[in-house]
Write a protein that binds this ligand. Structure first.
Ligand SMILES: [Mg+2]
Length: 405
């Protein structure tokens, strides 16, 4: 299997274009609540301009000020070059070369984490430019759609401050999603704090009760995914709880363990009755290789921006496919990232679901208002996008209203 990064597929001559500028807009909802576990209250929109008058847009799910700094910081030596300067002057169709150049040129500061997340937004914007230049959707440039539709899952939205309120809000949200035609949904179960580890509460009965209540509400025919958000420190404790969840017929349990805890992932893989999903925070194929080959996860969840862009996400999808793993990408940002994720999913046959909520269901206003992606959601499916590039239109009013000076 060739894990080389995909290059935009062009029939005929590659258009002669040059990147002339990169700008980053930091966006923040004025009423953001820092106690919420939601990164959809802020965003960074990366805009790449070309001499052909085409502008590409990209986004990544990471602290927007940090992303902006990673892109705009001047280079000071050969092992720490400026991302922005490395891209200006390049032909946007040279996506694999540009990525490699950024990866090597920023090596001392980057290779993983925030610099890769920032590179992901740049790379996404380059695909958008190429699609717009050729008048073709990004999935076309990725080799063409492998399917007529993809299946989104709804992330159910919790609320309330007591156990009963939390459980009932998720049940209500599940029924709303079912009424909209969703064929898959994901409930979170994080009553003891989203990233708290075990020992924080006396019993996990209530976690089981939430999953049971949601399954009962939606009936047996809808795929149910569960996200426990790094709840446990070891495989044994995890198994003592999810061992009782087999009757709920779950598609996966997401992030039961800390992603760097590879040994416990491997132990869990030996005995878990339910596939384990992970990878939402990872950057590059190299981190995924560790989690897939040594940690033996059951479902890989690259976030397109964070992992390093559409091409790097595609490499991760190929690698997962080699190991027989389905893909369920993470995506909790605005329509820009949602669209990039959808285009990727159309060229990855083993992408089981994508994370998606129609804008009207989103609690976060930035997410609702910032970008209109053209995705058509019908009968529980997303239909093939046809507009050039990512097919995303920014709402300039929202851009201006939410831009942080
Ligand atoms: Mg998650």
């Amino acid at each position: 299997m060739d894990f080389s990064r995909p290059r935009p597929q062009v029939s005929g001559d590659v258009p002669s274009l040059k990147v002339t500028d990169i700008t980053c807009r930091v966006l923040l909802a004025p009423d953001y609540d820092a106690s919420m576990t939601s990164s959809a209250q802020d965003s960074v929109v990366v805009m790449i301009e070309t001499d052909g008058g085409i502008t590409g847009i990209g986004e990544t799910d990471a602290n927007p000020w940090m992303v902006k700094a990673c892109i705009e910081a001047p280079g000071t030596h050969t092992m720490g070059l400026s991302l922005r300067h490395m891209v200006i002057g390049a032909n946007p169709f040279d996506i694999p070369e540009i990525w490699e150049k950024m990866y090597l040129g920023s090596a001392m500061n980057g290779r993983r984490g925030m610099v890769i997340h920032a590179m992901g937004a740049i790379e996404m914007a380059l695909w958008d430019i190429c699609g717009k230049a050729l008048g073709q959707p990004v999935h076309q440039l990725l080799g063409g759609a492998q399917r007529d539709y993809i299946v989104p899952y709804a992330s159910l939205q919790p609320a309330g401050s007591s156990f009963a309120e939390y459980r009932d809000a998720l049940v209500r949200s599940a029924l709303d999603a079912k009424a909209l035609g969703f064929r898959a949904m994901k409930t979170e179960v994080t009553m003891n704090g989203p990233y708290a580890h075990c020992g924080m509460n006396e019993s996990y009965d209530r976690h089981t009760k939430v999953v049971a209540a949601v399954r009962e509400a939606i009936g047996p025919d809808i795929e149910l995914l569960v996200d426990v958000q790094y709840l446990w420190e070891d495989a044994d404790t995890c198994l003592s709880v999810i061992g009782d969840w087999t009757d709920f017929n779950l598609y996966f349990v997401e992030t039961p363990l800390w992603p760097d805890n590879i040994e416990e992932h491997a132990r869990l893989a030996e005995r878990s009755p339910i596939p384990i999903a992970s990878g939402e925070w990872l950057s590059t194929r190299f981190e995924f290789r560790e989690l897939i080959e040594r940690g033996r996860i059951g479902v890989a969840q690259p976030d397109v921006g964070r992992v390093g862009g559409i091409g790097e996400a595609k490499v991760v999808c190929d690698m997962a496919g080699e190991h027989g793993l389905p893909i369920v990408p993470h995506c909790w940002k605005t329509g820009i990232s949602i669209s990039a994720t959808a285009h990727l999913a159309f060229v990855v046959p083993h992408c089981a679901f994508i994370e998606y909520l129609p804008p009207r269901l989103c609690v976060e206003r930035l997410r609702r208002e910032l970008a209109h992606e053209e995705l058509v959601f019908e009968d529980g499916r997303i239909l093939l996008p046809t507009k050039p590039g990512l097919g995303v239109e920014l709402n300039q009013e929202a851009m201006d209203a939410y831009t942080v000076a």
